[in-house]
Design a protein around this ligand. Structure first.
Ligand SMILES: [Ca+2]
Length: 307
């Protein structure tokens, strides 16, 4: 078993057994039963124009980067911990004299809120104090301004590129594996589609390792830990990614060509379905399917501990 550990809270110890890592990224999404989507259906996606990478300060040396996806925002300061808010709830709200804000609300006890508004080339955000009432937003919350840059500074790209890519993939996987139209075949196909860098419609060790590293980063960002700290920690994302990927390959590469195909991944789904057959009455806890971090953690725990 590989232990990944970083600071922060009772959930901070992430147990990643090799088989669990395999489960997290290759097998387990297939097991996800279509979850109740009532809450998901009400999510308003962030307007397309506001999505993508934003920067605070000069493009040559930004103070922070903000990545906006359809259903999440992650703030990455040049120094200090990252912050990921994956929306469990959204709404639009008109503020007096300020136009309309898109409000994303994270899950969990803290339920952090972030307000966004803007256009393709200029974004404003506000992260109100937890005590501020919804109908008073944004109140006197400081408003941050963000700009587009031609390309991300190398330091940000090196630290966060894979994690940000996986954050986007995670939303696609959630839709394919846990959304209203989810199916095992569609889930596997989406996994290969998202992981396939080389374009051969197969997953290599490196491609799987990249997804595992991305997942590690997302989990770290969700803990408000510095992803670079996680990556550097003993047994952290880089090594674990390769180890998990090799294990996945050795477990699932039935034709021995060194790549995983949709068919091979589908085969694995059938094996796991049989293995869990006696537990049909106890589906994985996936009620918060749009909260992928919880989902992944649940899958890890379920796979390792059988809980
Ligand atoms: Ca193969």
């Amino acid at each position: 078993m590989i232990l990944l550990q970083w600071k922060g809270g009772a959930m901070a110890t992430l147990r990643v057994a090799l088989v669990a890592g395999l489960g997290c990224c290759v097998v387990a999404p297939v097991l996800a039963q279509p979850a109740p989507v009532a809450a998901q259906a009400t999510l308003l996606p962030v307007p397309q124009a506001l999505r993508g990478a934003w920067f605070d300060g000069e493009c040559t040396a930004p103070r922070a980067m903000l990545q906006v996806t359809a259903r999440a925002v992650v703030r990455l300061p040049a120094d200090g911990p990252a912050r990921l808010i994956r929306f469990g709830e959204t709404r639009r709200q008109q503020a007096a004299g300020q136009g309309e804000w898109h409000i994303g609300i994270g899950r969990g006890a803290e339920a952090p809120r972030i307000l966004l508004r803007g256009e393709a080339a200029a974004l404003q955000t506000a992260e109100p104090d937890a005590k501020l009432r919804d109908d008073r937003l944004p109140g006197d919350t400081p408003i941050a301004s963000w700009r587009r840059c031609p390309s991300p500074p190398p330091s940000f790209a090196a630290l966060h590129g894979e994690g940000l890519a996986f954050l986007g993939s995670l939303e696609v996987l959630e839709a394919a594996c846990g959304g209203m139209a989810a199916s095992p075949a569609g889930c596997v196909a989406a996994l290969v589609q998202e992981g396939d860098v080389s374009g051969d419609k197969l997953l290599s060790v490196a491609e799987i390792a990249r997804m595992v590293r991305g997942m590690t980063w997302v989990l770290a960002a969700a803990e408000d830990a510095a992803p670079e700290g996680v990556m550097a920690a003993g047994g952290g994302g880089l090594l674990a990614g390769v180890a998990i990927a090799r294990f996945a390959m050795e477990s699932l590469d039935y034709d021995g060509d060194g790549k995983l195909s949709v068919a091979e991944l589908g085969q694995d789904r059938a094996v796991f379905a049989r293995a869990l057959g006696s537990e049909a009455g106890r589906p994985l806890r996936l009620e918060g399917v749009q909260e992928g971090v919880t989902l992944l953690r649940t899958l890890l725990d379920s796979t390792i501990l059988g809980q």
